[in-house]
Design a binder for this molecule. Structure first.
Ligand code: PLP
Length: 281
């Protein structure tokens, strides 16, 4: 297995980093995950733009063009050129004596790796999720490598033998531990607005665009936990989840059997069509 680390391609065994890296000490870094499909990297530009935006937001001086320029060469070295794979990228503020203050003139640490990966079937359904308090911070728009809140809540979902934890802040549904969530009510698609309480998923943005194309009205507003029972359909979006129909959320059962809502099914189909195109730019 190959790893890209600070401009070099090395084997995973030789990919070593200082214990004084601020990613290790503070979780001071940004990450990104995207997939390569048969027709190219799925929304590569959108993912790299988000990575750049996030680095700019937290003041890590790094131009993601370097990652972009090295991606093809890296995948070739990893034996994954043109193969279906998952690409993980991470940039931290670099190695410096442990002090809260941002260090000056320290090069960021840049790492990426790729794994063979096949996306799940396009028609994922029967997802079950627990509801958990969203005790994360107020900058969930930042794709921070500090994912403690996300992994702790996800663990409650795992312990309950479900697929995802859906987070509730002040009585309002924000997002999943690693997904965005959408609802359908009377033909309208409803999802939390892209503010500091959710990560603005690339898949979320794609689905909103698909709704516009399919002339399905989209309302960007938070849904209250006590309104779940009045919703007609619900689904998750995410890079590895794509569009996945939710059968049960908390105590509310949307479907008893293998059923899937009409709007969710339409969006799944439209999303799957995009996989046949080159969306990398
Ligand atoms: N929300 C959170 C908290 C996430 O971690 C993720 C993805 O990892 C998403 C939403 C979905 O984002 P995307 O569609 O860009 O994968």
């Amino acid at each position: 297995e190959k790893v890209y680390l600070n401009g070099k391609i090395v084997t995973a065994d030789n990919a070593k980093i200082s214990v004084f890296d601020r990613g290790f000490l503070f979780g001071d870094g940004i990450y990104e995950v995207m997939v390569q499909l048969e027709n190219g990297m799925f929304y590569k530009k959108a993912h790299l733009d988000r990575l750049q935006d996030n680095l700019d937001k937290i003041g890590i001086p790094y131009n993601v063009k370097e990652i972009d320029d090295n991606l093809d060469g890296f995948l070739h070295a990893a034996g994954l050129e043109g193969e279906s794979c998952l690409i993980y990228m991470q940039v931290t503020r670099g190695v410096a004596p442990r002090k809260h203050a941002y260090p000056k003139n320290v090069p960021p640490s840049v790492m990426m790796y790729a794994l063979p990966y096949n996306l799940p079937p396009i028609n994922l359904k029967n997802m079950k999720a627990v509801l958990e308090p969203d005790f994360r911070w107020h900058r969930c728009d930042i794709k921070s490598i500090s994912l403690l809140g996300n992994i702790m809540t996800n663990e409650t979902a795992m312990n309950a033998n479900t697929d995802e934890a859906v987070l509730v802040r002040n009585g309002m549904i924000s997002e999943g531990s690693h997904t965005n969530i959408f609802f359908v009510k009377d033909g309208n698609v409803i999802t939390h607005p892209a503010n500091e309480h959710i990560l603005n998923g690339i898949s979320r943005q794609i689905v909103i665009k698909l709704c516009r194309k399919l002339e399905i009205p989209v309302i960007e507003k938070p849904v209250a936990e006590n309104e779940i029972k009045n919703m007609d359909e619900a689904f998750f979006t995410g890079t590895t989840t794509q569009v996945a129909s939710i059968a049960q959320l908390g105590h509310h059962v949307f479907y008893e059997n293998d059923a899937i809502g009409e709007v969710t099914a339409r969006l799944q189909k439209a999303f799957a069509e995009l996989r046949k195109l080159d969306t990398s730019q």
